[in-house]
Design a protein around this ligand. Structure first.
Ligand SMILES: *[C@@H]1O[C@H](CO)[C@@H](O)[C@H](O)[C@H]1NC(C)=O
Ligand SMILES: *[C@@H]1O[C@H](CO)[C@@H](O)[C@H](O)[C@H]1NC(C)=O
Ligand SMILES: *[C@@H]1O[C@H](CO)[C@@H](O)[C@H](O)[C@H]1NC(C)=O
Length: 296
């Protein structure tokens, strides 16, 4: 036999040996537990079953707070017997862990194992407590002035796991997602800072979204703040020079942008406005037109 043939034969034998080994060795998982997410107060069930358990095999559940033994066979530890039970058909090797009225402290990693079988990976139970409401936004309660700095603070209200906060300016994500934990009540805060606001920020809609990460179970909550920014008037006259024939009517137009709206008046330098000239409502107008007949 060549060296290659020996190597191939060796691999075939090894493969058969490792695939047949679990069968030869007795028990094996029929159903491994799977990670779950439930609302606080709901019942939670983690499935686990084995095939070919011998009468000596004992199935254990371990879990929070610290890989503690919850059950051995059908017997639940006294620490857990109030809400935990092992359900399913024992003759079918079913050892499902049922938790009545799941609590936050039930969150954590669980393991279902029996000593004669290599343990399956741990699974995670997450017990979700919804936020009590949308987050609170503080800052910029009063109008700012162009050039001011802007500091908004978004603070979540309750909820487990604590939400992740994100700021949006309109529909655009703003800044980073660094949420800071908070001692009291487990709420988190995220600040939004800009060194200088401009007139373009007037009316901007800043929204803070709090998301606990399980949208099918708890919907994200949001709060918004519409920014008010005061800025001084800028005046522009699109046609600085207007030609007209004597006796004709002309319009002089200027555009004024300010917040709050400015009071705008046309004046004639060194003189009074021509008689019978009309200013379109001069107060609180963005566009102010002076209408007059050119006859002097
Ligand atoms: C917010 O969005 C508006 C409109 O896109 C933009 O003009 C403004 O500069 C933005 N503000 C900040 C602080 O990013
Ligand atoms: C601000 O934006 C949020 C999110 O897009 C939206 O739900 C809310 O209605 C907006 N507020 C105003 C006053 O437009
Ligand atoms: C002046 O403006 C008014 C209002 O916009 C318009 O009705 C009128 O026709 C204009 N007159 C002239 C001479 O452009």
């Amino acid at each position: 036999m060549t060296a290659d043939a020996v190597r191939i034969l060796f691999l075939v034998v090894l493969t058969l040996w490792t695939t047949l080994l679990p069968l030869a060795d007795g028990a094996f998982y029929r159903r491994r537990p799977e990670s779950k997410v439930v609302l606080e107060g709901e019942d939670a069930s983690l499935s686990c079953s084995f095939n070919d358990l011998s009468s000596d095999d004992v199935v254990n559940w371990q879990g929070p707070p610290a890989d503690t033994i919850i059950s051995a066979g059908r017997k639940v530890s006294v620490l857990y017997e109030r809400r935990h039970s092992i359900v399913g058909d024992a003759s079918q090797g079913e050892y499902n862990l049922h938790i009545r009225g799941a609590q936050v402290e039930d969150s954590g990693d669980y393991r279902c194992s029996t000593p004669s079988v290599r343990a399956a990976a741990d699974v995670t139970l997450t017990v979700v407590v919804p936020m009590v409401g949308p987050p609170d936004i503080t800052g910029a309660e009063l109008p700012l002035t162009a050039g001011d700095e802007l500091l908004l603070r978004c603070r979540s209200r309750g909820g487990f796991p604590p939400p992740r906060l994100t700021w949006y300016n309109g529909t655009h994500r703003f800044g980073s997602e660094d949420t800071a934990g908070d001692d009291e009540g487990g709420s988190v805060t995220l600040e939004l800072f800009t060194a200088r606001v401009s007139k373009w920020d007037d009316g901007a809609n800043f929204t803070c979204v709090a998301d606990q990460g399980f949208p099918d179970i708890v919907r994200p909550r949001a709060a918004s703040r519409i920014l008010r920014v005061d800025y001084p008037p800028t005046v522009s006259v699109p046609s600085p020079s207007v030609h007209a024939r004597e006796g004709q009517a002309v319009n002089l137009t200027c555009y004024v942008d300010s917040n709050p709206k400015a009071t705008v008046t046309w004046r004639k330098l060194g003189d009074r406005l021509p008689r019978d000239s009309i200013q379109s409502d001069p107060a609180h107008m963005v566009v102010v037109t002076l209408y007059m007949n050119v006859n002097e």
